[in-house]
Design a protein. Structure first.
Length: 141
């Protein structure tokens, strides 16, 4: 059996010097390919490093760090990872978001309500086909 999830082994961010992938105020975030997202928090001078999201395992796939993104809109920290299955072309984007760095949602698609487009999100790990929350899509002009 051959399994993989990236071309890099999991390495603790404290064992190598690396620039953060994203920063919000004094909190730094580090993507570890297909594996995880780590937050480094500064609580009144006490530094704490914590894996805040472990991405769902997808056998026989790799992630491209160059196409992965972290964004913060003032409410949600959103993580987009670009995952490619071995033997397949192109990348399947997976999106996850959180308000508090503990409770995560995964993007499950687009839905429509009263002729308006919404993104559908469900609690990470849920097997429900229904969205737990929807967010209106605002067209970019």
């Amino acid at each position: 059996m051959i399994t993989a999830c990236g071309d890099k082994s999991q390495v603790s961010i404290t064992s190598k010097s690396k620039q953060p992938d994203f920063t919000i105020d004094t909190t730094q975030f580090y993507l570890n390919s297909c594996h995880s997202l780590t937050g480094v928090f500064n609580h009144n001078g006490t530094i704490e490093s914590k894996v805040i999201l472990t991405f769902p395992y997808r056998p026989l796939s790799v992630c491209t760090d160059k196409q992965s993104q972290l964004n913060f809109d003032g409410t949600y920290l959103t993580v987009k990872i670009c995952r490619t299955s071995f033997g397949a072309g192109g990348c399947g984007v997976e999106k996850f978001r959180t308000k508090d760095f503990e409770n995560w949602q995964e993007y499950i698609g687009i839905t429509w309500h009263d002729n308006e487009q919404y993104e559908a999100w469900r609690r990470l790990g849920s097997n429900s086909t229904k969205a737990d929350e929807i967010t209106k899509v605002v067209p970019v002009l």
